[in-house]
Design a protein around this ligand. Structure first.
Ligand code: CAA
Length: 304
């Protein structure tokens, strides 16, 4: 449950300060869970607006966690509020990647655009400490290429989280042929230390979850495009017929239609012969209209 966020776990050996870059839907959750486990967190976003929105999202989530702990009788109000304040106090913020120089581990969670990520890692490679471990939360790009861009291939790995990070227990840990074994092991230890369940995965498109999930979401949109069923009926069918917490169109909205589009664009251009990788017309139309799902208040559904 989300009460995990107010427990503290033993921190992984050798790690005390963790940088999280990009304070969007994923980054803010990674920062929160990392701080909740007792690490010092340096939260960086070059966009001041995103940085303050991300920190506000952390504070809102911490309030939910505190309220739930009180409701469930796990803590009294004062203790729950102090826990939330302690977690918040472990997060410092910056708009400058120079602030990451003191971090033992840096987790990148910026926009899903290969060239922007490569540029970021090239810059990070110049400022990160000599022994720092660098990780990407990319959903879909090769960890090998990002590691090469950083110039730190042996200290580089993938740590892929799921949205909402506060609730979803999985982390995919991805190594390349160059990732040192102790760095890879530390990726597992870190994930466990923040209350997650790590799985090992090769450096392949979409790793495990997105390679199965994103084509499924795309099939839901192709079904809508064929006029087989309505948005609501597709979602209700998959919730009640396949036991999913959210139907595919709700989940696409939740993940972000721009994120789904970025993933599928990357894959269709890199793997044009893979039939599972397609960009459905309704997805293109929503993104072109700026209706990106939950984050903009409307996608295939309206969100409060
Ligand atoms: N922080 C703290 N608490 C939170 C929270 C957050 N960010 N989000 C939800 N919660 C809490 C709620 O407050 C609520 O608490 P109470 O029980 O006290 O009311 C509890 O969690 C349950 O939430 P809801 O009642 O709102 O709804 P729910 O039971 O449907 O759970 C959900 C929400 C966990 C998101 C669930 O709908 C779900 O699992 N959805 C599927 C999510 C999924 O598949 N994610 C993966 C996306 S793919 C991805 O992320 C990879 C990628 O790279 C694209």
């Amino acid at each position: 449950t989300c009460c995990r966020a107010i427990r503290t776990y033993a921190t992984a050996p050798g790690l005390s300060t963790v940088g999280v870059v990009g304070m969007g839907a994923m980054g803010h959750g990674i920062a929160q869970m990392t701080a909740a486990a007792g690490y010092k967190v340096v939260a960086v976003d070059i966009d001041a607006n995103m940085l303050s929105k991300g920190i506000k999202a952390v504070e809102d989530s911490l309030s939910k966690v505190a309220a739930k702990a009180v409701k469930d009788g796990k803590a009294d109000k004062a203790t729950a509020e102090k826990n939330a304040a302690d977690v918040r106090s472990r997060i410092t913020t910056s708009g400058d990647i120079g602030a990451l120089s003191s971090c033992d581990l840096v987790i990148e969670s910026i926009i899903e655009d290969l060239n922007i990520k490569k540029k970021f890692f090239a810059d990070l490679g110049k400022v990160a400490g000599a022994n720092a471990i660098l990780a990407s939360n990319t959903s879909s790009f090769p960890i090998t290429q990002l590691g090469e861009a950083s110039g730190r291939t042996s200290n580089f790995l993938g740590l892929h989280f799921f949205n909402p990070v506060q609730m979803m227990k999985l982390v995919e840990v991805i190594k390349t042929k160059d990732t040192k074994e102790d760095v890879y092991k530390l990726g597992f230890a870190f994930s466990k230390s923040i209350g997650k369940e790590p799985v090992a995965c090769g450096d392949t498109p979409g790793f495990i979850v997105n390679r199965l999930l994103v084509p499924f979401l795309a099939q839901g949109l192709l079904m809508l495009d064929r006029g087989v069923a309505s948005v609501q009926d597709i979602d209700v069918a998959m919730m009640y017929g396949a036991g999913m917490p959210m139907g595919p169109l709700t989940l696409a909205d939740y993940v972000g239609l721009d994120v789904c589009m970025h993933i599928l664009e990357g894959w269709t251009s890199q793997y044009p012969n893979e039939p599972a990788f397609v960009i459905p017309q309704p997805l293109k139309a929503k993104v072109a209209a700026g209706k990106l799902g939950r984050k903009t208040g409307e996608g295939f559904w309206k969100w409060e």
